[in-house]
Design a protein around this ligand. Structure first.
Ligand SMILES: NC(=O)c1ccc[n+]([C@@H]2O[C@H](COP(=O)([O-])OP(=O)(O)OC[C@H]3O[C@@H](n4cnc5c(N)ncnc54)[C@H](OP(=O)(O)O)[C@@H]3O)[C@@H](O)[C@H]2O)c1
Ligand SMILES: *[C@@H]1O[C@H](CO)[C@@H](O)[C@H](O)[C@H]1NC(C)=O
Ligand SMILES: *[C@@H]1O[C@H](CO)[C@@H](O)[C@H](O)[C@H]1NC(C)=O
Ligand SMILES: *[C@@H]1O[C@H](CO)[C@@H](O)[C@H](O)[C@H]1NC(C)=O
Length: 334
């Protein structure tokens, strides 16, 4: 009997040890990493699919397009800068077996709601359907609330939130007609964690999470249509450079330190694994942000204490003109 208990204790200990090692090595939540190893591979899911990627001209969206092209997906590329989209299209065709007709460039400003219907019609006319909408366009913020114009908060909502609802409402009827489709939204860790210097950005991403978590339940009667919210932590891209500062017509501009961020290619791969496995919510981030996500979800009192400490340091860095995070997690020694 005693031996049995001892054996059980050893098994429990071994289990926890394995989980702790998995966690230390993790660059995403453990459910997503499990799916990456044992779930459906993106290779088996996207060949021939029609995937619409917004924010395709840069960063995470651009990396996603190249991986989807290699998987044999047909693509719709959207953002404001047509020349940049043509550059991405050209490279998509170069690196894959896709032909000119398989990649459609549909440039428009996502805050221009009146452009959404025509754009959706154009896509449906060209491809006959939309299998996956990857809602990725977005803009961030680096400024203290008190110094920031109300217009910036409005713009962040327009770009990151209202556009989302609008395009989703245009695309959904086509998916419902086919009883099939995936809506994949690139939210952020700030979709559920508070971050100083990004109060308006965090609010817009919290709004996105609330919207899609509710919509998913409403779509319960269409089991073929799935909603995935993806929450990346820091990823290498132009997001900080493009971020809003105090005024709506102002960009941060300076290229920030990227050394501590995850490469966009890795983030894109994990986005595809999320979509291939229809996971409802995933977190894609290295530590220590991943650890903070777990605290925020399961032990908020600790999370508030830790983010309070780190946050004060971020604000100090920002006020002294440095990149908010660099001295904290930079891998370069400066
Ligand atoms: N990088 C990170 O650390 C990080 C972390 C968490 C979440 N995210 C999220 O990931 C998504 C992609 O960001 P990223 O890091 O790849 O940034 P990025 O390099 O700045 O790319 C942003 C993309 O959005 C497009 N865009 C911006 N405003 C637009 C508008 N009004 N209309 C149409 N397109 C617009 C841009 O294209 P045009 O300029 O051509 O319009 C660009 O293709 C965003 O939703 C962001 O919030 C990023
Ligand atoms: C908004 O989209 C409409 C329809 O495509 C277009 O006619 C109009 O010029 C756009 N407005 C802006 C400000 O880009
Ligand atoms: C989703 O797409 C809409 C319109 O296409 C855009 O306005 C919005 O910024 C996107 N949302 C996110 C969270 O990427
Ligand atoms: C995802 O959400 C739907 C709707 O709320 C739910 O029915 C389903 O079980 C969830 N999937 C997972 C893997 O938790």
């Amino acid at each position: 009997m005693d031996l049995l208990i001892l054996l059980m204790l050893c098994c429990c200990l071994a289990y926890f040890l394995i989980q702790i090692i998995r966690f230390i090595k993790a660059d995403a939540d453990l459910t997503l990493l499990w799916a990456e190893r044992f779930g459906h591979s993106p290779e088996s899911k996207f060949r021939g699919s029609v995937v619409w990627v917004t924010g395709a001209s840069s960063g995470i969206g651009e990396a996603l397009c190249y991986q989807l092209a290699k998987l044999g997906a047909r693509l719709v590329l959207t953002s404001r800068r047509e020349a940049e989209l043509q550059r991405v299209k050209k490279k998509c065709i170069e690196i894959s077996g896709l032909e000119n007709n398989d990649v459609l460039v549909v440039p428009f400003d996502l805050t221009n709601i009146s452009a959404h219907k025509a754009a959706t019609d154009k896509v449906v006319e060209h491809f006959g359907r939309i299998d996956v909408l990857v809602n990725n366009s977005g803009r961030s913020q680096r400024s203290l609330c008190l110094d920031t114009d109300l217009d910036v908060f409005r713009e962040l909502m327009e770009i990151n939130y209202f556009g989302t609802i609008s395009l989703t409402k245009h695309v959904l009827p086509h998916m419902i007609q086919k009883k099939k489709g995936k809506i994949v939204t690139i939210s952020s860790v700030t979709g559920f964690v508070g971050v100083p210097l990004s109060s308006g950005y965090a609010a817009s991403k919290h709004a996105v999470q609330g919207f899609f978590n509710s919509l998913r339940i409403e779509l319960g009667c269409y089991p073929g249509i799935t909603v995935s919210n993806i929450c990346p932590g820091p990823v290498q891209s132009n997001i900080v450079e493009n971020a809003f500062a105090e005024h709506a017509n102002q960009k941060v501009g300076a290229t920030a330190d990227q050394s501590y961020k995850m490469p966009a290619e890795r983030c894109a791969r994990l986005i595809l694994v999320t979509a291939a496995n229809d996971l409802n919510e995933t977190w894609i981030s290295d530590h220590p942000y991943l650890l903070i996500c777990y605290f925020w979800q399961y032990a908020p009192t600790w999370a508030w204490w830790i983010t309070g400490k780190i946050g004060q340091k971020r604000i100090q860095n920002f006020k002294s003109g440095m990149d908010a995070d660099s001295s904290y997690f930079s891998k370069k020694t400066s």
